[in-house]
Design a binder for this molecule. Structure first.
Ligand code: PNW
Length: 506
């Protein structure tokens, strides 16, 4: 990366100028629309544990975490037991009920249902999810189900995993089993969680399973086949399961981008960053079955300059484009933070995703930190981002399928987390009430302290504390869970004696 002298001088100056944007705004005291989803989210590998119990097959995260001594995960920790939700799901549902959740988001471990990824089904795994779904419904909570939250069957990884075109067939087969077994009760399906992170962390940087470090090449292939797989699962639902009358969408991750300066280069850099980050998946799926033009053009140009015989970005056939376009009933968004973006010139020989985008990113040092290096607290971004999504993709129903913050210790008096939720959710309310953005639901991440991927247990996102030193994995509600209980119950912000932040017992 080339950092110019100008950037070195101007960066701190401009950062000083954008300071102050994160100062909290006045709270809007108003409620959310009716029938809003008020939820909390988890994912299978992060909370279930029971990694080899009752016929479950091995996933790429089992393999990756058991490959110790390479620094894959903080202190070589793993999700073998995690929060033990496999055994404690009834207690979890009780806690969810105590919070008044309308919806609970969880993911299905592909390897519990189909231990080898395709072929023979595992009834014990199917029973587990039937029990969880029935327990939720018996307690008045609707299941919101993610088919894939990063735990690919190892047997399929051995056949090429997300780099193999055949994975669209494998994923369709898995989706069919899930619709068949659970679709009578599950009406809200998310095909993939954050394909951008799967591709970049798993294949560009090698910091998530399967740990492949192949910048600028494999991530685009993994992304390509995730898009094809998503579309196949969506089409399958409407071809064979439409009578179940549910909805199928996808969850994308995106950070709001502020331009560092008002220069046309930086303003354009923000647009490019959005197109490479969210547009990579949103444009094919929501617009026209193909990648954003800026991705197609830039990757093709850089590839040819680098001596590749064809673009590093794979191409869809025209049949595939037709199959992929318009394959989401809603957009799920996992939202955490804001980035400050500036135009950045990389060496022509740099084969990488960041060089293809051609931007640099930074954060305002005045934004409060969290337990995770990659994000800081900046509440106005969520409102801005909702507006960006509408501007780029129209009036799609949006669900915030994750939002939350981490700390290291898991204090029960987690006042910083309350601050985060209060201001982010209020900005979301402004996006709905003031800007008219079509947001239909909100899921806090995470329902429980859990296994935070490469950070292991060193970063806690939970609304409920989990003691990982106790084999029983006891749960204790944190103050933030009580705060959200009240906010969810009020369906928003009410300026009276019950204002959650004024009158809360901790
Ligand atoms: C999401 N980033 O991951 C995942 O969906 C969750 O499983 C995870 O626990 C949660 O966010 C908190 O990390 C992300 O670097 C991981 O931008 C990294 C990034 C974004 C999302």
């Amino acid at each position: 990366m080339i950092v110019s002298f100008k950037k070195l001088v101007f960066l701190p100056l401009c950062l000083a100028l954008v300071r102050g944007q994160s100062i909290e705004e006045d709270i809007l005291y108003e409620t959310f629309p009716e029938n809003f989803h008020w939820g909390a989210a988890t994912s299978a590998y992060q909370v279930e544990g029971a990694w080899d119990v009752d016929g479950k097959g091995v996933s790429i995260w089992d393999t990756y975490t058991h490959d110790v001594g390479h620094g894959h995960v903080f202190q070589d920790q793993n999700g073998d037991i995690a929060s033990d939700s496999y055994h404690k799901y009834k207690e979890d549902v009780q806690l969810a009920k105590d919070m008044g959740l309308t919806n609970y988001r969880f993911s299905i471990a592909w390897t519990r249902i189909l231990p080898q990824g395709i072929g023979e089904k595992n009834q014990a795994g199917i029973d587990y999810y039937n029990n969880l779904i029935d327990e939720l419904l018996a307690n008045g909570i609707k299941p919101t189900v993610t088919l894939y939250h990063w735990d690919l069957p190892q047997a399929l990884e051995d056949l090429g995993g997300w780099l193999s075109p055949e994975i669209a067939d494998w994923f369709e087969e898995y989706a069919r089993v899930c619709y068949q077994e659970f679709g009578d009760r599950v009406k809200f399906w998310i095909t993939l969680n954050e394909p951008q992170v799967s591709a970049i962390n798993g294949y560009e940087q090698g910091i998530n399973a399967p740990g492949i470090l192949d910048p600028g090449i494999s991530p685009y292939i993994a992304g390509h086949h995730q898009i094809r797989a998503h579309a196949r699962a969506y089409r399958l639902y409407y071809d064979e399961f439409a009578d179940q009358k549910g909805q199928v969408g996808i969850t994308l991750n995106i950070h709001h981008a502020q331009h560092l300066t008002e220069s046309p280069e930086d303003v354009e850099a923000v647009e490019r960053w959005n197109d490479f980050f969210m547009g990579w998946f949103a444009h094919p799926i929501l617009v026209n079955g193909n990648y954003p033009q800026v991705m197609i053009d830039r990757i093709a140009l850089r590839s040819s300059e680098q001596g590749f015989l064809q673009s590093r970005l794979p191409q869809f056939t025209s049949e595939e484009m037709e199959m992929i376009a318009n394959t989401a009933d809603f957009i799920g968004i996992n939202y955490y933070t804001t980035e400050i973006i500036f135009n950045q010139i990389y060496n022509a020989s740099d084969v990488s995703y960041n060089a293809d985008i051609g931007v640099g990113t930074t954060k305002d040092p005045t934004w409060y930190t969290t337990g995770s290096k990659w994000f800081r607290v900046e509440p106005t971004g969520i409102r801005n981002m909702m507006n960006t999504i509408r501007r780029k993709y129209g009036d799609y129903p949006i669900y915030i399928t994750e939002n939350g913050m981490s700390d290291h210790l898991g204090n029960l008096d987690d006042l910083t987390r309350i601050y985060y939720y209060k201001h982010y959710i209020n900005q979301l309310l402004k996006a709905i009430r003031w800007d008219g953005v079509n947001v239909r639901g909100y899921y806090a991440w995470c329902f429980l302290d859990n296994f935070e991927w490469g950070a292991g247990h060193s970063q806690r996102f939970g609304l409920h504390y989990v003691d990982f030193n106790d084999t029983e994995r006891p749960r204790t509600p944190k103050a933030s869970s009580k705060y959200l209980t009240q906010l969810y119950h009020q369906n928003g912000f009410v300026q009276n004696d019950e204002d959650p932040c004024l009158n809360m017992e901790i």
